[in-house]
Design a protein around this ligand. Structure first.
Ligand code: CP
Length: 315
């Protein structure tokens, strides 16, 4: 049984096996697929709001035949002050065999795995990591580049440049992607203004550079990932939104001028008119809906792996 806390927990071979398993499960006959985790118990523990991650994990678990239960902070004893540890132990006592956790605290999934001994899947923890998002993003990129998951190896993305633009400071999605993609040979350009992208971000590792000029970054990129400004985490940080959108918004004119063939990605939720305009979000270069669809396949593979079914254990 395997947790997934950080994208760095996975070797390239494990990433490849998860991607292959996702494709195998996606193609499988639904009745056969529902036998993989028949009657296994999966708890979704969500301390922060979520649409995509929660729904896709739940659909993925149900597709594999598992029973799911959702515990959210607003409708549980968490509201009365029960700790993460005690909530996890309670879910285990109720028969949960795997916990999917979204938490505002970096490290929450690690603590929960330690406290319960159960496999824990990190559905986003604070400003730390969102590993299932990085895997679904990778699947989206590989399909755009017409690369098969079986070919994923250390240099599979050599020569590919990915720009991640926006609120890098607060983004667990940026962190997980920036830690994964260079391992496959991609160059990652982090782009944004100083308050949202401190110079220290380049220390995430080799293959990562900082570029303040978005147009310059766009001209080098085959793939562009836009990020929302996380207003809920700004905590007093001041930003001139007019200046921000002038310099960093993905709008039709800018994309047509500097990246007319690039794949445009966004983990969601998107704020239309802020980091991205509707003509780009809904346009032919956008992969936003495909990212969402890929989330279900990837999360099926992660659940099969976490619960150690005979086939899933291979990943
Ligand atoms: N991408 C993502 O994590 O979206 P949600 O917050 O809706 O789950």
């Amino acid at each position: 049984p395997a947790s997934l806390i950080s994208i760095t927990d996975l070797s390239i071979g494990e990433v490849r096996r998860i991607l292959s398993l996702a494709t195998e499960l996606e193609k499988e006959d639904p009745q056969q697929r529902a036998k993989w985790l028949r009657k296994r118990r999966v708890a979704l523990l969500f301390y922060e709001s979520s649409t995509r991650t929660r729904t896709s994990f739940e659909l993925a678990a149900k597709s594999l035949g598992a029973d799911t239960t959702l515990v959210s902070s607003l409708s549980s004893s968490i509201e009365k002050g029960e700790s993460l540890k005690d909530t996890g132990i309670t879910l285990r006592a109720l028969g949960a065999e795997c916990i999917i956790l979204r938490s505002p605290w970096s490290g929450g999934p690690y603590l929960l795995a330690q406290a319960t001994g159960l496999p824990v899947l990190n559905a986003g923890d604070g400003m730390h990591q969102h590993p299932s998002q990085a895997l679904l993003d990778l699947r989206t990129m590989l399909r755009f580049l017409d690369l098969k998951s079986a070919k994923v190896a250390a240099h599979a993305l050599a020569g590919v440049t990915v720009t991640i633009c926006g609120d890098i400071l607060h983004s667990r999605v940026a962190r997980s992607n920036a830690l994964l993609l260079p391992q496959l040979g991609a160059k990652v350009i982090l782009c944004g203004p100083e308050p949202l992208l401190p110079e220290t971000a380049a220390q995430l590792g080799p293959g990562i550079v900082i570029e303040r000029d978005f147009d310059h970054a766009l001209r080098q990129s085959q793939i562009v990932m836009m990020l929302r400004i996380q207003a809920e985490r700004l905590a007093g940080l001041r930003l001139d939104l007019g200046e921000y959108t002038a310099k960093y918004q993905a709008n039709g004119e800018r994309i047509a001028a500097h990246a007319p063939k690039a794949l445009i990605m966004h983990p969601g939720p998107i704020i239309r008119g802020m980091e991205i305009t509707s003509d780009v979000a809904d346009g032919p270069q956008s992969a936003i809906e495909e990212q969402v669809r890929n989330g279900v396949a990837i999360r099926m593979a992660l659940l099969a792996r976490a619960l150690g079914t005979k086939k899933g254990a291979r990943a």
